[in-house]
Design a protein around this ligand. Structure first.
Ligand SMILES: Cc1cc2nc3c(=O)[nH]c(=O)nc-3n(C[C@H](O)[C@H](O)[C@H](O)COP(=O)(O)OP(=O)(O)OC[C@H]3O[C@@H](n4cnc5c(N)ncnc54)[C@H](O)[C@@H]3O)c2cc1C
Length: 414
């Protein structure tokens, strides 16, 4: 339906060409892509490019609490498909850009081309289609378009220019990332996440010998971690996965008692806990820190504009949902635009854009609230909260149908 339309993609940064695809060293910015995102990428050939480079399937996921021994494990057995796919961001981008090259008569990409300002029509395009949106570029050029799609990240200039109200807060946390080397070469397909008092630490599999670290911690601790010599950083990672210092004696006792109760009625609360691999090194120059925050745009659309990705919603990375929600926006917006074209409507008309907003907010807002609630609940050391989350986690782990419900929802998330 969109064959007659032309798309111009503006990127403020330089073109990033990989000297070698895939890069010799595993890069530390990765995303856990959901099966729904994989289906989207398959639909236009980008997944095949990822397969030709590299990715790692996640077959099992173990999440546990440092305040007690409570944990939840999701196995491949619980699902008919893989749980997620860990892919480096540069590989995702390269795979998509390769597909864009095959339709370069319709999609052009301009790099080093920052949008400096927008002039947005105040008139509803339904009533006067002559009012187009205007883009002012850093090179002095001015362009006009029927529809502007704001995919310009959580500091979106388009969102700001359109005066779209946001709800946002800063977690005062840094996401510290690195590519780490694990002790033994193994079938590395388990994602590990442990909730510490200061935030979750996660190891995501990349290859038999490598994993990706995403450690969300207080800004102060994060800055210290970034300064540590390599050996001390490796020690800090292992300590974070193994330390008993955070143990809450009340929650720990309740957890053990609850476990024997569950076992008594034939349910398995915590017996399948496994130990994460020890980290023995980190790849040079892969350590980095990223501030974490939440941002919710109360509207995703306006006259001739639609926001997608982090421009519309920014979430804590603890559930690996951020980019998946953005790809979900893409699927939904593409469908609405295609319908608009087939009905002979103006692409920037507000009616179908509103349908996009309603559908996506219905999907995204509950995910954002859940992720935020998890980050707050696990950030607390108040005993009743520690107790509630400990017993809740154990109960969900013991009840297979409830666990399957959670996993099916996570797999479909997009
Ligand atoms: C530590 C960490 C780990 C994460 N892990 C995961 C995970 O496992 N799974 C997951 O789903 N998500 C994860 N996320 C979230 C994910 O990275 C983001 O949701 C995703 O990158 C957002 O993509 P985006 O394209 O919307 O925005 P961005 O990646 O911010 O891209 C915005 C683009 O717009 C360009 N731009 C901005 N302003 C202008 C302008 N004025 N003119 C021209 N160009 C402009 C920028 O140069 C940039 O290229 C993680 C995030 C962090 C911080």
């Amino acid at each position: 339906m969109m064959a007659g339309k032309r798309i111009l993609m503006l990127e403020g940064g330089p073109e990033k060409t990989m000297l070698q695809a895939p890069p010799a060293v595993f890069t530390s910015r990765t995303c856990a892509l959901s099966p729904a995102t994989r289906r989207l990428l398959e639909s236009f050939g980008a997944w095949q490019n990822i397969e030709d480079m590299r990715y790692q399937e996640v077959k099992r996921m173990q999440v546990w609490d440092s305040s007690s021994d409570s944990m939840i494990a999701f196995n491949h057995k619980d699902l008919s498909n893989d749980l997620a796919y860990i892919v480096e961001n540069c590989i995702i981008q390269d795979a998509i850009l390769k597909q864009l090259e095959t339709i370069e008569d319709r999609v052009s990409v301009k790099y080093d081309c920052r949008v400096q300002a927008y002039r947005l029509p105040s008139v509803n395009p339904n009533s006067d289609s002559q009012h187009l949106a205007e883009v002012h570029l850093s090179n002095g050029e001015r362009l006009q378009t029927r529809l502007l799609i704001g995919a310009d990240g959580f500091k979106s200039l388009l969102r700001e220019t359109a005066k779209i109200h946001t709800v946002n807060w800063d977690y005062d946390q840094l996401g510290v990332v690195a590519t780490v080397e694990v002790a033994e070469e193994m079938e590395n397909n388990v994602a590990w996440q442990r909730f510490l008092k200061t935030g979750p630490i996660a190891l995501l599999p990349l290859s038999p010998k490598h994993s990706n670290l995403i450690w969300s911690t207080s800004t102060k601790n994060g800055r210290n971690l970034l300064q540590l010599p390599h050996d001390s950083f490796v020690d800090a990672i292992n300590r974070a996965f193994w330390t008993e210092d955070d143990k809450n004696p009340v929650a720990d006792y309740a957890s053990k008692t609850f476990d024997s109760l569950l076992t008594g009625v034939g349910l398995d609360g915590s017996s399948s806990q496994q130990l994460p691999p020890a980290v023995v090194g980190i790849e040079m120059s892969t350590r980095g820190g990223f501030p974490l925050g939440l941002c919710h745009a109360t509207h995703y659309v306006g006259n001739r504009i639609a926001l997608i990705g982090d421009a519309a919603h920014r979430v804590h990375p603890l559930a690996g949902q951020g980019v998946n929600l953005g790809f979900g926006d893409v699927t939904c917006l593409a469908e609405k635009l295609s319908n608009a074209v087939s009905n002979g409507c103006d692409l920037g008309a507000i009616d179908h854009l509103m349908e996009y907003e309603t559908e996506r907010q219905r999907q995204n807002v509950p995910v954002m609230l859940t992720v935020d609630a998890l980050s707050r609940m696990y950030g607390s050391s108040f005993t009743p909260i520690v107790l509630a989350r400990t017993l809740g986690l154990q109960a969900v782990n013991a009840l297979s149908p409830v666990k399957k419900f959670f996993m099916d929802n996570a797999a479909a998330a997009s």
